[in-house]
Write a protein that binds this ligand. Structure first.
Ligand code: HEC
Length: 146
């Protein structure tokens, strides 16, 4: 009985590998407008690149395990949902009010430890208190400059 269940599961997993999910992999991250307007210095840019852009830009740097179903479904779901809420690659399409609001949300989410998602931090390393402070300081200045 148990053997049958395992064999069935194994077959389902093998078949699942053929159903790839749509990847978030534009040629470039396309952050020109966002960077021009919010002027992140290199420190801020590094934090955004290593902690945020994978789910909030048009290009995710996928780890190898992101190709393995069902993990791939789960990861791409996070990416799609993240982009829907906030996509730095689409910055030029946001109006000023929306941009400021997104930056305010960013401060809140980072302050409260909600971003990056826990599951992401488990695999990519946690964001440090210093990194949070650097992001928040930058976002406050960017809001003030709009
Ligand atoms: C693993 C994917 C992932 C990563 C990495 C990630 N996010 Fe998110 N983010 C999401 C998802 C999914 C949502 C929407 C659901 C939610 O709010 O939990 C979201 C929502 C947000 C929102 C709310 C936007 C709105 O107006 O609704 C902000 C702001 C945000 N993220 C900022 C960040 C920042 C800043 C980082 C890096 C420090 C980051 N995120 C890293 C997936 C991610």
């Amino acid at each position: 009985m148990i053997k049958k269940i395992f064999i069935t599961l194994a077959i389902v997993l093998v078949i699942a590998q053929f159903f790839g999910t749509e990847k978030n992999d534009a040629e470039t991250r396309e952050l020109t407008v966002f960077v021009l307007e919010t002027t992140p210095n290199s420190e801020v840019s590094n934090i955004l690149a290593s902690k945020c852009y994978d789910c909030h830009s048009n290009k995710t740097e996928y780890p190898w395990y992101a190709n393995v179903a069902p993990l791939s479904y789960w990861i791409n779901h996070h990416v799609e949902e993240g982009k829907e809420h906030l996509n730095f690659s689409d910055w030029s399409t946001y109006n000023t009010k929306r941009k400021k609001h997104k930056l305010e949300e960013l401060i809140e989410e980072v302050e409260e430890g909600k971003m990056p998602l826990d599951s992401y931090e488990n695999l990519h390393g946690e964001i440090s208190a210093t990194e949070k402070e650097i992001l928040i300081d930058w976002a406050k200045i960017a809001i003030a400059n709009y």
